[in-house]
Ligand binder design. Structure first.
Ligand code: SOE
Length: 390
């Protein structure tokens, strides 16, 4: 059985997600393309690194990611750090011949995003795989939507409406982590979550060519979180805590034009009480419509123009064993998958790509394409006019 030696950098929420995914991967996908071996986990905080080693089952831990890059035994690096360190770690890993799976958004500046895409292209010629973790395009219902679109069942796409609404930072006393700091994150809601629905929209409908946007920051300061992993709003800091300014976007609203002629709208916020992981996408075509809502993860709604007038309306397809990787996740209809299985599918796609030497979706090139849309959104919010995605 082939083995793939893994080094993981960043032991917070995403470190946990990838550890669970890679250890579960062979349990679902058997025979696995290769069995992951958990070599080293890195976190800049020693105590967190130590605990993560035991908790996630790594052989070693370290506090400097360079120890992973210089370890000749490690084949692949998973990057789960704040956005401002993605480029340095990813480029060093690719240059040292390691495969890379990097969390989204690809980077914190457009220059870094481009440098990562260039490094990945160079490494690709030497058989090195890179992947940007836009896992929601791999939701079975989204894959099914793609199938309907590609086979022409909904005709020519005319309109797309997408949202990503969460609530975890709606309370002003939820802490100011790196996600609210421009120098660490690059952008706020835009890079963090709007990027996911940009990716899904481009996956389903093709490249976005122009945008016009409004971007707002309503909660202008938050209590500072000192150390520890990002708690994503689960802890509220009290009144007396030191506060610091939020210098990234809270709310993004933008209209988009696709290269192929469709138009659409995208909305994102992390401050919408009652909306928890409300990723929705509605696609209208000349022959029908499709609707997906993450809060109903195992469903796709479809409506076809050809149905008789008295039968036409959205109908629900429940995804299961007959759909994308459904035969290996839970092969009884209605068992359903969740976030953990989605990350497991992503881990499988990555390991398979490494073993088969075929670039997976989403490559750094595609990650950079999402970044270019985000750059145009921020530019338009300043210029108050349509901006091209360059
Ligand atoms: C926080 O908004 C977050 O963890 C994002 O960073 C992830 O990309 C998203 O999948 C879940 O929410």
């Amino acid at each position: 059985m082939k083995k793939l030696n893994i080094g993981l950098v960043g032991a917070g929420f995403m470190g946990k997600a990838h550890s669970v995914a890679f250890s579960n991967m062979p349990k679902f996908f058997w025979p696995a393309p290769a069995v992951p071996v958990f070599k080293t986990i890195c976190d800049i905080e020693e105590d967190i690194a130590n605990q993560a080693k035991d908790r996630f089952g790594f052989q070693k831990c370290c506090t400097d990611w360079r120890d992973i890059i210089t370890d000749n035994e490690i084949d692949a690096v998973i990057i789960c750090t704040p956005n401002d360190s993605h480029a340095e770690i990813a480029i060093a890993a690719l240059n040292s011949g390691k495969h890379v799976l990097c969390e989204k958004p690809i980077a914190s500046t457009k220059e870094e995003a481009q440098a990562m895409a260039d490094a990945a292209e160079k490494a690709r010629n030497k058989g090195i795989i890179s992947m940007c973790a836009y896992q929601y395009r791999r939701i079975p219902a989204i894959e099914l939507a793609k199938k309907f679109i590609d086979e022409g069942s909904v005709g020519k796409i005319t309109n797309v409406r997408a949202t990503y609404l969460q609530s975890w930072s709606a309370d002003p006393s939820s802490p100011l982590s790196w996600r609210f700091q421009k120098n660490r994150a690059g952008a706020g809601t835009l890079g963090d979550i709007a990027s996911h629905v940009i990716d899904i929209s481009q996956f389903l409908v093709g490249d976005i060519s122009e945008v016009v946007s409004t971007v707002k920051t309503y909660i202008k300061e938050r209590p500072v979180q000192k150390g520890g992993v990002d708690l994503l709003g689960t802890v509220k800091l009290d009144e007396g805590s030191e506060k610091a300014p939020v210098d990234v976007d809270d709310e993004d609203l933008f209209l988009v034009k696709f290269k192929d002629g469709a138009v659409g709208s995208i909305e994102a916020t992390r401050n919408a009480w009652g909306r928890n992981n409300f990723i929705t996408i509605e696609v209208h075509g000349t022959e029908g419509s499709l609707f997906f809502n993450y809060e109903r993860l195992n469903e796709l709604q479809v409506c076809f123009a050809k149905d008789p007038d008295d039968r036409r309306g959205f109908k629900t397809i429940y995804t299961g064993p007959a759909h994308f990787h459904g035969e290996v996740t839970w092969n009884i209809p209605g068992m359903n998958i969740g976030y953990g299985e989605l990350k497991t599918i992503e881990a499988y796609e990555f390991v398979k790509a490494v073993v088969e030497q075929k670039q997976p979706s989403t490559t750094f090139f595609e990650g950079n394409k999402v970044d270019k849309v985000c750059t145009a959104v921020l530019k338009s919010s300043q210029s108050n006019q349509w901006e091209m995605v360059k």
